[in-house]
Design a protein around this ligand. Structure first.
Ligand code: SIN
Length: 284
């Protein structure tokens, strides 16, 4: 346990990213002191986890709204009657999962999401973990030469290739029916490749394999070798942690400081999660 914390218990999950939080019942309106410490842990560990929280959708929304305004998801179905809660589900007969390769959410938006909260409702008996990796660690361990070069670059991010019409007509991916409104996949944004995190001030690598197309002023082909290098570097095992879900677990990750990937190793079982995304700010 991290003994700096007094009002909650904080158990780090890895050397670079991730901590489990204990001693908090999110069914209650947690005290300002506890919330302050939860916020501190979010800043320190970039993804925080809770277990054994049986929340109604109203309580999920109430906890999420303590962090900021909720982004209404354009592309996922929502939980019936709750447009603020997106459904992330894989049925026993489906092969592809949502978020099965490394990405960070909403980097295609002009003001990318602060974070995303995932509430586990049904999980497979085994498998279905989520892996996280730290973009602070990825940045900190680059050479000074590459840090300097990257600090002069900006990158292009897009939603079109992931959620747009071309993807929606691809026949061999059964997430297609679960992704809605391909005509609304028009978001394209440019962000610095190295950002100063808006709350912690720490520098982080801000490109990702899901949504980054290339560097501003460079072709995709020219960008690819350097992006591939950064992607391999950023997923070194020592920068990661792996979270095993139980029904009632919650993960809340910082989209400016992490990537994540949902492991697709539970064919034949159902996994059903509620996701709420919190709006962020522009990045510099
Ligand atoms: C996501 O990428 O938002 C889904 C992650 C997960 O299902 O573990």
């Amino acid at each position: 346990m991290n003994t700096e914390y007094k009002a909650i218990k904080v158990k780090p999950l890895g050397g670079a990213v991730g901590a489990e939080i204990y001693g908090v019942d999110l069914n209650e309106m947690i005290s300002e002191q506890q919330f302050w410490e939860v916020r501190k842990a979010f800043g320190q560990y970039s993804v925080i986890f809770f277990h054994d929280q049986k929340l109604t959708p109203e309580k999920e929304i109430r906890f999420a709204e303590r962090w900021g305004e909720i982004n209404i998801n354009r592309f996922f179905s929502s939980v019936g009657g709750y447009p603020k809660i997106a459904l992330v589900v894989k049925e026993p007969d489906q092969k592809n999962n949502i978020g099965g390769s490394w990405h960070t959410d909403h980097s295609y938006d002009k003001e990318p999401a602060l974070g995303s909260m995932l509430f586990a409702h049904e999980v497979p008996k085994s498998g279905g973990d989520t892996i996280f990796t730290s973009m602070y660690a990825a940045y900190d361990t680059l050479s000074e030469g590459l840090k300097n070069t990257l600090s002069t670059l900006r990158a292009r991010h897009s939603s079109v290739h992931v959620f747009g019409a071309a993807r929606a007509t691809t026949g061999n991916d059964d997430t297609v029916g679960r992704i809605k409104n391909p005509e609304q996949a028009t978001q394209e944004s440019i962000h610095p490749v190295i950002i100063s995190h808006p709350e912690t001030g720490r520098k982080a690598l801000y490109v990702n394999p899901g949504f980054t197309l290339g560097f501003e002023g460079w072709s995709d082909e020219e960008s690819k070798p350097l992006l591939d290098y950064l992607y391999a570097h950023a997923t070194r095992p020592e920068f990661t942690c792996r979270f095993q879900w139980r029904a009632g677990s919650i993960a809340f990750w910082d989209n400016r400081a992490t990537w994540h990937r949902a492991v697709n190793d539970y064919h034949g079982s159902r996994r059903l999660m509620h996701r709420i995304t919190i709006e962020g700010t522009s990045l510099s």
